[in-house]
Design a binder for this molecule. Structure first.
Ligand SMILES: Cc1cc2nc3c(=O)[nH]c(=O)nc-3n(C[C@H](O)[C@H](O)[C@H](O)COP(=O)(O)O)c2cc1C
Length: 197
């Protein structure tokens, strides 16, 4: 696919299966290129990624289900569990973190920019997420972006031995596409874009 086709092909895909679309080595190679090519403010490279596969991927979604049980009503429970089970049915999950040790050092190093650094680390986290999302799509995977952060962070860190300074930002379950996304609303381009000559 060419670049623009990749952008148009990537969608939020919720119905995923556990088939590998490419050999494991190819997936790692692609993730390495994307992680190394994605920019970061001051080239701080504070973005961190964990790839969960097999039992770790299943364990992760079990943690989410158990955490949500404490927050959702009995009525919502079945729906929530069904939704999480669909993520667990995938091939793997990517966890996105920011190493706050790096980010805090950057704030100290550039005190005049510290408020911006607090925004920029989220922006470069998002840049990595979309680059990986597009790359997965190019490999034929379906993926979605999830945010079960504060609810699960302590147990996730403990379970997977994640450094304490890594702040959990997002999760991306992925797998073979079982059901494509529906057509999405796209607002008139002219409302979002101006040319000024
Ligand atoms: C910053 C951001 C946060 C998002 N958070 C979630 C989320 O927590 N759960 C979810 O299911 N989708 C989430 N999404 C997916 C959006 O709902 C989705 O990208 C949007 O509706 C457009 O659909 P598309 O991804 O198929 O193009 C998020 C997307 C972005 C860019």
């Amino acid at each position: 696919m060419d670049f623009l086709q990749v952008l148009q092909t990537r969608r939020s895909i919720y119905a995923i299966g556990d088939q590998a679309m490419v050999p494991y080595e190819r997936l790692l190679e692609v993730l390495k290129v994307v992680i190394e090519a994605t920019p970061s403010a001051f080239n701080s490279q504070s973005q961190r990624v964990v790839l969960l596969l097999g039992d770790s991927h299943l364990r992760f979604w079990q943690i989410v289900i158990e955490a949500l049980r404490t927050t959702v009503s009995e009525k919502q429970r079945l729906r929530t569990e069904k939704k999480i089970a669909a993520f667990a049915a995938g091939y793997g999950t990517l966890l996105f973190f920011d190493d706050q040790e790096v980010t805090n050092n950057l704030k100290r190093q550039f005190p005049q920019y510290q408020d911006n650094v607090a925004i920029w680390y989220q922006q470069h986290a998002g840049m990595l997420q979309i680059n990986i999302w597009n790359a997965l799509s190019d490999l034929g995977y379906g993926a979605s972006l999830q945010h079960y952060n504060e609810l699960i962070e302590p147990l996730v860190k403990q379970t997977f031995k994640i450094p304490n300074t890594w702040q959990l930002i997002a999760q991306m379950p992925f797998g073979n596409i079982i059901e494509s996304a529906l057509k999405k609303d796209i607002m008139p381009f002219e409302k979002r874009f101006k040319i000024i000559e």
